[in-house]
Design a protein around this ligand. Structure first.
Ligand code: AHM
Ligand code: MG
Length: 335
């Protein structure tokens, strides 16, 4: 039987042999994985654990928080604040940044997360997940401010997600390709199940919330309309559609078999650049997708090049199989 490689061993080898990650970053990733394990347990218990349903609160984006949104946020904070590897954290569920309390040592990393992505799927037993992004605190600044977090996605030093589905799978990049780890519940550890994940450049599958069609911009309408015409249309092939409404699950499918995912700007809220958040949704997913040979843009620009102006900034997202993303982008830019 092939030897099983645990996440711990994989990270140690990345540190020792490949020199990709310093020990503090390795520790950080171990802790994030431990937190994901514990979130996975809570998700698994569902109604038996009393974790379903809404809490009586809203987050900074004005969205009603689910109990599991809050639980997952607390699990991530409690797991990470005392280890000495972090300077501060930021989350979809917290208005401003969370500084590591003074009683703990301060590290040099910044951790951003969407603790529970796909909130509308929690109560209906459909895949959800945790998305995370790691940045380095800029050198020379004594304390930590929100400004320190406002770095382009290209500066990430690690990114990943954990999808809680039929299996719990952790997907990770430290800038050396994408690896997947499946949670072995009996052993309590993540086991390497796929290395060198590659997204095919071409696809026949798209993911978009079609109910927003009437609000889309012309380039998006054109692209989807051409897909819908199938073999008889300009694309000369039939397309299939999937929309899970959990970005983690949609991106996981794309990393597994290709496809294009879009949550574009639309006319419902003309002043917002999109629905998804740049720093803890679009940036980590875009880096994973690029590391697997795909592409990610906002229609006009590579997502990883966007200089953020705000922690909770939103962005239009088109990501996945390279040739399709290039096509949608060219429909926007005209080149
Ligand atoms: P959330 O972070 O509040 O769960 O929102 C993000 C989710 C994404 O996972 C998903 O792609 C999208 O929202 C679904 O939106 P919609 O319900 O408009 O289709
Ligand atoms: Mg989310």
């Amino acid at each position: 039987m092939a030897q099983r490689i645990s996440l711990t061993r994989y990270l140690v080898e990345q540190q020792r042999e490949e020199g990709h990650i310093p020990s503090q970053l390795r520790l950080l990733l171990e802790v994030v994985a431990r937190a994901c394990k514990s979130i996975s347990q809570a998700v698994n218990k569902g109604a038996l654990g009393g974790v379903l349903g809404s809490a009586d609160s809203e987050n900074v984006q004005g969205e009603v928080q689910k109990k599991l949104d809050i639980i997952a946020n607390e699990v991530l904070i409690e797991a990470n604040e005392w280890g000495g590897h972090l300077a501060a954290m930021a989350s979809e569920e917290m208005d401003s940044i969370y500084l590591v309390p003074n009683r703990y040592p301060q590290g040099e990393y910044l951790l951003l997360f969407d603790p529970l992505d796909g909130s509308s799927n929690i109560d209906v037993n459909v895949s959800i997940g945790t998305i995370f992004s790691v940045l380095k605190k800029p050198e020379g600044s004594p304390g930590v401010t929100e400004q320190d977090f406002l770095q382009a996605g290209a500066k990430q030093v690690a990114a990943g997600y954990c999808v809680y589905g039929p299996q719990t799978t952790l997907v990770l990049t430290v800038g050396d390709g994408v690896s997947m780890f499946t949670l072995d519940r009996e052993q309590g550890s993540f086991v390497l199940t796929q290395e060198n994940v590659r997204i095919p450049a071409d696809t026949k599958e798209f993911a978009i919330n079609m109910s927003n069609m009437r609000h889309w911009d012309e380039p998006v309408k054109r692209y989807i309309d051409e897909c819908l015409q199938g073999k008889e249309g300009p694309r000369g092939k039939d397309f299939n559609m999937r929309w899970i409404a959990s970005m983690v699950a949609d991106v996981h499918r794309i990393l597994t078999r290709g496809g294009v995912f879009m949550y574009p700007w639309d006319k419902r809220e003309p002043n917002k650049p999109g629905k998804l958040r740049l720093m803890y949704e679009a940036n980590p997913m875009s880096w994973l997708v690029e590391q697997a040979g795909g592409a990610a843009t906002n229609g006009r620009q590579r997502i990883l090049d966007i200089e953020p102006g705000q922690l909770h900034e939103r962005v239009s997202v088109i990501l996945g199989s390279k040739n399709e993303v290039d096509r949608v982008t060219s429909y926007h830019t005209g080149v």
